[in-house]
Write a protein of this length. Sequence first.
Length: 300
Amino acid sequence: METLALTPQLPVSRNLYSTPSNNLANYNFEVVRLPADDIFVCQPYNKKGIYKISIHQGHNRVHYAGKVVEIKERAILFSRPNMIYRFEPIGKQHPAYLCVFTIDFFDKFANIASYPLFDPEASPIMEITQEQLDSFTGIFHGMEKEITQEFGYKYDVIRTLVLQLILDGLKQQPAPHLQLRESNSAIRITGYFKELLEGQFPIINPSYRMILRHPLEFADSLSVHVNHLNRSLKQVTGRTTTQLIADRIIKEAKVLLQDTEWNIMEIAWSLGFEDFSHFVKFFRKSVGSTPSTFRKNTVV
């Protein structure tokens, strides 16, 4: 189960999701109103595929995937499974809303993973106006109201409200990479591949290890032939399965070398390398320097 750990230096009302709530455990959905002082760090709980949508008001820096985004006033965040992020408060904070739901919550109602806002390559956070914040807040109020009703189809109403959040979010950020794309086999397979690949990152401690590293392993997990997987990825991204995997491993290796104090053997092992020398050769071929040299030359 995912843990939403609150920063210890600030007063907080409770430790959200340290254990599953009845609503999330039984119905795969929960909506929470966060007090002004609840600043949170999100760690992955993976197994059930948890999605989160939250609205925030206040001056913050948001840290995710080795990036930092500064939000001066208001923002909405769309978090996909396994995504780790942290809010760094800068100014006064105001109450916020958060809803969490699993992939099973939508079942055949909608294919949530296909929406561009949850694409690993899309920015998960966007600044919004006061008018937009008021609109999103109204939708969260509607969720709070519906969840207390004795209506047999209340969760269908809530699904519709969550979809309204997502679709309204898409309207606010109609960037080219967020446009709905033609739904064909190659695009679907590419989306599933990205989900499997990104689901293994970020690596948050040296005891965690990549499980899927080779094209055949991904193909088996997706129940497709490895050649079909490679053709699909090449058609959609212009790169082969091996290249995409290597690119993501190098990206994570750089983050771990820059942002952790793990020794390089620990990093190599966590990235699935049995042979330390193989990792060094792999890194040097892609980056042009050894891991140790890259770490020394990185300005923290």
